[in-house]
Design a binder for this molecule. Structure first.
Ligand SMILES: [Zn+2]
Length: 228
């Protein structure tokens, strides 16, 4: 579904991915769980493009439901991958960041690996960088849910890609549940920093992207987060 001009949303089975179609650049933001590459390439094909037309993949954080199909898509498309430095270290080993309750974290660390991509094939962005998409896509460090987490904001379109910094799981904009948040204070500060941009579209990693909220609703959420 097109959520803004040239920005397509795909629910890849529980986690969202986004395609920004600005030929010659076609940019994928996050890659879903493992084995979602066919669904993602299917969307690309529906839009009239071949796998090798995918030029870039941006990663919000190295949780398996966001980087699960990264290696397969990289292989199928040759797209350039851009990630944060801490995500790069994890993706190089097929590891997830630590932010789950202890037993769950142990299961993830022990049994749940995704396809790794060698660090040499990962380009690293930093907080404050501007990437050449959507009229200038700002890279914003948003630690909290995980410590390697980044979001991306396009002032020209008002679209904010938040990964798991926020979601709309219960039909409202909220933070990721505390029990799966690595640093709750950082998560609050990151959300405030994002909401202060007053985005018109919040393209989240889970739940339907939000585009019907008002600036006032976002400010109310900011005020609530400031008081917590
Ligand atoms: Zn996550």
């Amino acid at each position: 579904m097109e959520i803004a001009p040239n920005i397509h949303w795909l629910d890849a089975g529980g986690s969202n991915v986004y395609l920004v179609v600005e030929p010659p650049n076609i940019v994928l933001i996050d890659t879903g769980m493992p084995r979602k590459q066919q669904a993602i390439l299917g969307l690309l094909s529906q839009l009239g493009h071949q796998p090798h037309d995918l030029s870039h993949i941006l990663v919000t954080h190295a949780d398996m439901d966001h980087v699960g199909s990264l290696a397969a898509l990289h292989q199928a498309t040759g797209a350039k991958i851009w990630v944060g430095a801490d995500s790069a270290t994890l993706i190089d080993r097929g590891k997830s960041p630590k932010h789950m309750p202890a037993v769950v974290q142990w299961i993830i660390d022990t049994f749940m690996k995704y396809g790794a991509v060698p660090q040499g094939q990962l380009s690293v962005f930093n907080d404050g960088d501007t990437l050449p998409f959507l009229g200038g896509l700002q890279v914003i460090a948003t630690p909290g849910h995980t410590l390697d987490h980044f979001s991306f904001y396009s002032p020209a379109t008002g679209v904010l890609f938040v990964g798991d910094a926020m979601n709309t799981r219960d039909g409202r904009i909220q933070l990721t549940p505390p029990r799966i948040t690595a640093d709750k204070t950082a998560a609050r500060h990151s959300a405030i920093r994002l909401l202060e941009h007053a985005p018109t579209v919040i393209a989240c990693g889970h739940g339907t992207p939000s585009s019907t909220h008002t600036a006032e609703e976002l400010m109310q959420l900011v005020n609530r987060l400031r008081q917590e």
